[in-house]
Design a binder for this molecule. Structure first.
Ligand code: SF4
Length: 489
């Protein structure tokens, strides 16, 4: 079978792991695979935080003020400007459509599309084009576990199926079904069988072929970074706002064996002539056997390798993040580490279910920085119940730890329907008087809402203080190997 995979989730710094995995499984089964990467034909992707320009503080203030403005028209204008810059906009995606047409012209039996919900418009154009030529189209992605989004996409003319769940265990069966069998496949909704039950979490990772990144535009990436994942889900999994552990690949924690991870590192390094890795695990210190395996062996597997990862600093149990372990991790090539601060106010951390304290985070960032690891943190503004004093505490934490932190990402609270927070707000709205006007948004997968937290007394001045501290940190120039990962994580 000639199968084309369209990677609408493409990222401009490294290949897409899920697409590489699907390509490898299909090729192993004898199919002829083409990967269409929009980045290869000039379509951009969403950017991660990098060093702001000299006026970056004022830009962040403007962004915040317009995002939380009580004036509807201001927020509408902001959304319009964001849509105009979005890589999902139709004009930016015209090049992708032309590429798909070329592949269809050359002869393709099946199109598989990997997409987030904001790419529905271009996906519709692709499905219509494929339908004109009688080529079936199946779309999959992390958001399709939400039945209302899956149904919205299945409505697109020409769409043969929407897949939800992890595809690895059902991919070959799915191809057989769509190409003629017509039988039911776990996780697959079709116009004839529209009810969608996401496929169960996959576990047999060590039986999979390694992801195949041969089709990606390596010459366009600033560095030759190989994405890796040692496990799916998160060993903590409790944070109330976290949608990552609700998506199809995030449900429950499952890990690969370290031997399989080690063999892949060696294989990808040889194949792509590189020693740079980004570990995409939600929490790389979930499985301590893998975490310590990397620390102990990464340099013997790929001498000189550099890598980046996300970890969670929980206060109960062993985290593998003590001072000596972090020094050893640096020697093993760990250059940049990301962790969630979210807030420095204990009440907010507790409400979020973070399982950590500001003191533990303080120790962690000091130890990581002293070990020579560049630290990146994420933060959330506007959690229900957050006060101006809570935001000032976070600003103070950032000021006190400026020497130890290199980048901070500020997010305003986003509510996803099936997270514990989203469910609680819908179940007991009276407990969340700050949150109102809930409206599910099928394009983003989020619940649009009004958040009065941002307009509570003293909140805005506290946010400005925090944004200033964030700016002062983010203006720091990076040094050494951590520069490799600027804008990557
Ligand atoms: S530690 Fe991170 S990935 Fe895990 S549940 Fe919390 S926010 Fe989600």
């Amino acid at each position: 079978m000639r199968i084309a995979i369209v990677d609408l989730n493409n990222f401009s710094r490294y290949p897409t792991l899920s697409v590489g995995q699907i390509a490898a499984i299909l090729r192993q089964a004898g199919h002829e695979v083409t990967v269409i990467s929009p980045f290869a034909v000039g379509v951009g992707s969403y950017r991660r935080v990098t060093r702001p320009h000299a006026l970056g503080y004022y830009e962040s203030v403007l962004r915040h003020a317009t995002a939380v403005s009580g004036v509807q028209a201001v927020r509408a204008l902001r959304r319009k400007l964001a849509a105009a810059r979005s890589p999902a906009r139709a004009r930016a995606q015209a090049a992708t459509l032309a590429e798909v047409q070329g592949v269809l012209d050359r002869g393709t039996d099946l199109l598989l599309i990997s997409a987030y919900s904001m790419y529905r418009e271009v996906c519709g154009a692709i499905a219509a084009e494929a339908a004109r030529r009688g080529v079936p189209v199946v779309v999959g992605g992390p958001m399709f576990g939400m039945p209302e989004i899956a149904a919205h996409w299945l409505d697109l003319p020409g769409m043969s199926g929407v897949f939800a769940g992890e595809a690895e265990g059902h991919l070959l069966d799915l191809v057989d079904s769509v190409m003629g069998g017509g039988h039911a496949v776990p996780g697959l909704a079709t116009p004839d069988r529209p009810d969608l039950v996401p496929a169960a979490p996959f576990a047999d990772f060590d039986a999979l072929p390694f992801p195949d990144y041969a089709d990606f535009p390596w010459d366009r990436y600033p560095n030759r970074i190989v994405p890796m994942m040692t496990g799916r889900g998160c060993g903590w999994g409790v944070c109330t706002f976290c949608s990552d552990v609700r998506t199809s690949a995030g449900r429950t924690f499952r890990s690969r064996s370290f031997a399989h991870v080690r063999d892949e590192m060696a294989w990808q390094s040889r194949r792509h002539r590189t020693g740079i890795f980004t570990f995409l695990d939600l929490k790389l210190n979930s499985d301590l056997a893998v975490w310590h395996g990397l620390i102990d062996e990464a340099q013997s597997v790929v001498p000189g390798c550099e890598w980046t990862a996300s970890v969670h600093v929980q206060t109960n149990g062993e985290t593998g993040l003590g001072s000596e372990a972090l020094k050893a991790a640096r020697r093993a090539g760990l250059s940049r580490i990301t962790t969630g601060l979210e807030s420095a106010a204990q009440g907010v951390l507790n409400a979020m279910g973070r399982g950590t304290t500001a003191e533990a985070l303080s120790r962690f960032v000091r130890h990581a920085s002293e070990a020579g690891i560049s630290v990146r943190m994420t933060s959330i503004l506007g959690y229900p119940g957050e006060t101006a004093e809570d935001v000032r505490l976070t600003a103070r934490f950032l000021a006190d730890h400026r020497p130890y932190i290199d980048r901070v990402v500020v997010n305003r609270l986003a509510i996803v329907g099936d997270t514990p927070l989203g469910q609680a707000i819908r179940r007991s709205p009276e407990r969340y008087p700050q949150i109102g006007a809930l409206a599910p948004n099928l394009e983003t997968g989020l619940i649009d809402h009004e958040n009065a937290t941002f307009r509570s007394p003293g909140h805005l001045p506290a946010v400005l203080q925090m944004l200033h501290e964030v700016y002062r940190i983010n203006r720091k120039p990076l040094k050494g190997a951590s520069l490799t990962f600027e804008g990557v994580m």
